[in-house]
Design a protein around this ligand. Structure first.
Ligand SMILES: Nc1ncnc2c1ncn2[C@@H]1O[C@H](COP(=O)(O)OP(=O)(O)O)[C@@H](O)[C@H]1O
Ligand SMILES: [Mg+2]
Length: 175
């Protein structure tokens, strides 16, 4: 299927953990951050934020190619917080969220420096990624899953949204 499910959210909300669990349910998973680094799809390294600044002009065609080359009957999973995929390739978009307390603890455990923790906490409070996804793909294509619960429960929530999406699409095609 030439479509992708985007698993996105502020760093620390659980994208990679949930995506890895989804891979045990038969989904092919691609970690976008890894692709960016391996293929040098960035404009520069931001020393202040200690991260790469993605070059969308380079990244988007690479992601589109991955989606177009997918020959399996299920969509591929794209795990990442910075990517622009044209809406015609989107099967569904899941935005992971968690409480600020949880997010702060996870980022501290990751030993991010305080300014980077605050930047990410602020982005979560301001709903930066959620707003971007809603603007890009529309309410009907975006679901929110909270990760303050167990990993398995969050993964089940994601699977239920994917299943619901599939059922809605099947209904669409019958009328
Ligand atoms: N329900 C949950 N869903 C996802 N991650 C969880 C959950 N509960 C606890 N965690 C923990 O939160 C951390 C999330 O990290 P990670 O998956 O790398 O986030 P991201 O990829 O969004 O930066 C992991 O240490 C994971 O074990
Ligand atoms: Mg990750």
């Amino acid at each position: 299927m030439n479509k992708a499910i985007i698993i996105t959210g502020t760093p620390g909300t659980g994208k990679t953990t949930i995506s890895q669990l989804l891979s045990t349910h038969g989904y092919e998973v691609h970690e976008v951050g890894k692709i960016v680094k391996e293929k040098h799809l960035y404009t520069l390294y931001d020393d202040e934020m200690e991260c790469y600044v993605v070059d969308d002009d380079l990244l988007t065609p690479v992601l589109v190619e991955l989606i177009e080359n997918n020959s399996s009957p299920v969509p591929i999973i794209l795990d990442g917080h910075v990517m622009m995929v044209p809406s015609e390739y989107i099967y569904h978009c899941i935005v992971l969220r968690c409480s600020i307390k949880t997010l702060r603890t996870r980022l501290e455990e990751r030993e991010y420096k305080p300014s980077k923790i605050e930047e990410n906490v602020e982005a979560e409070i301001m709903e930066v990624i959620l707003t971007e996804m809603l603007e890009s793909y529309g309410e009907e294509n975006v679901s929110i899953v909270y990760t303050d619960k167990t990993e398995e429960r969050s993964c089940n929530d994601v699977l239920n949204f994917i299943k619901g999406r599939k059922e809605r699409k099947e209904e669409d095609s019958t009328c």
